[in-house]
Write a protein that binds this ligand. Structure first.
Ligand SMILES: Cc1cc2nc3c(=O)[nH]c(=O)nc-3n(C[C@H](O)[C@H](O)[C@H](O)COP(=O)(O)O)c2cc1C
Length: 244
C-alpha cells in the first residue's frame, strides 16, 4: 500500500471540524455491524498515521465473532462500551518489530531506486538507535556516551532502555488509534478507546505476541441514543496551551 506525493486535494475545514467535534467516547452502541469494507478502509486510514521512522510498530486485532467478543468484553472489565459494541479492536504497540520492519522498509521501498540516505538510515542508524542490546547494556552505553556528548551539542537522548522502546512504540500506535477513531466518525460510526482492561487476559484471548503492548481496546459501532454519558468539556486553553 503506497501512494505518491501528488497534487493536494481541496480540503473543507468545516467537514474536518464536524468529524473532530462529533467524535465522542461512546459507552453504549446499537447492534448494527460495521460493514467490512468500511472497517477495512478505516484501518487503512489508521495505518497512514505518522509514525516513528516509518517503522509502523503496531498491530490491530479485530474481533467481531460473538463468542470471542463476549470474552474480550469481560476482559475489558465488563464495560458497557465493550459489551454493546459490534466490533472490538485491540490496538497493539510492538516495541520489538523495528529490526524486521527496518529490513522490510529496505525491501519494499516504493521508488525504483533506494536513496543512499534511506539505505544508511535503515541499515546503520536505526540498528544503533533502537537496539538496546542484551539486558539493555547497549542502551545504557548509548545513554552514558550521549550524556557526555550532549554537553557539547544537541543529541538524541533516547530511546536507551526497553521501557523507552515501549514509549516509542506506544506514541506512534496512539496516533494510529486516533486516525482510526476519526476515520470511523467520518464514516458515520463511533468508538470508545479503553484502557480499562486486564492486559494479561486480553493478550491471552487474542494470542497477542508476548512483547506486544495493548495500547487501547477500541469499541466501535453506531452510537446508541443513550451512548453519550456527559457533555464534552476541556480545560481552559490558557492553562494548557503555551505560546512562547
Ligand atoms: C488512552 C485512553 C483510555 C481510555 N480508557 C477508557 C476506558 O477504559 N473506559 C471509558 O469509558 N473511556 C475511556 N477513555 C475515554 C475517555 O474517558 C474520554 O476520551 C474522555 O473522557 C473525554 O471524552 P470524549 O472522548 O468524549 O471527548 C479513554 C480514553 C483514552 C484516550
Amino acid at each position: 500500500m503506497t501512494s505518491k506525493a501528488s497534487a493536494l486535494p481541496d480540503i473543507d475545514v468545516e467537514e474536518f471540524r464536524k468529524v473532530v467535534r462529533s467524535r465522542r467516547s461512546i459507552r453504549r452502541f446499537k447492534p448494527d455491524p460495521i460493514p467490512r469494507d468500511v472497517l477495512s478502509e478505516c484501518l487503512e486510514l489508521a495505518t497512514l498515521a505518522p509514525n516513528s521512522s516509518n517503522l509502523q510498530p503496531w498491530e490491530f486485532f479485530v474481533v467481531e465473532s460473538a463468542d470471542l467478543k463476549a470474552k474480550l468484553a469481560t476482559a475489558c472489565l465488563g464495560q458497557n462500551a465493550a459489551k454493546t459494541a459490534p466490533v472490538l479492536i485491540a490496538i497493539v504497540a510492538r516495541p520489538d518489530t523495528w529490526r524486521k520492519h527496518a529490513r522490510q522498509a529496505l525491501d519494499e521501498w516504493p521508488e525504483a531506486s533506494l536513496p543512499p540516505i534511506v539505505d544508511k538510515y535503515y541499515r546503520t542508524v536505526a540498528p544503533i538507535h533502537y537496539n538496546q542490546g542484551p539486558l539493555g547494556v547497549f542502551g545504557l552505553t548509548k545513554k552514558a556516551a550521549g550524556m557526555a556528548l550532549g554537553m557539547l551539542r544537541p543529541i538524541p537522548r533516547g530511546p536507551s532502555s526497553t521501557s523507552d522502546m515501549k514509549v516509542w512504540a506506544t506514541k506512534s500506535t496512539a496516533l494510529a488509534a486516533q486516525n482510526l477513531m476519526l476515520a470511523l466518525r467520518a464514516h458515520g460510526y463511533d468508538s470508545c478507546p479503553m484502557e480499562g482492561f486486564d492486559e494479561c487476559r486480553v493478550k491471552s484471548l487474542l494470542k497477542i505476541h508476548r512483547k506486544g503492548l495493548v495500547t487501547m481496546v477500541l469499541a466501535a459501532g453506531k452510537r446508541a441514543d443513550n451512548g453519550v454519558y456527559n457533555r464534552q468539556y476541556r480545560f481552559d486553553h490558557d492553562q494548557l496551551v503555551h505560546y512562547l
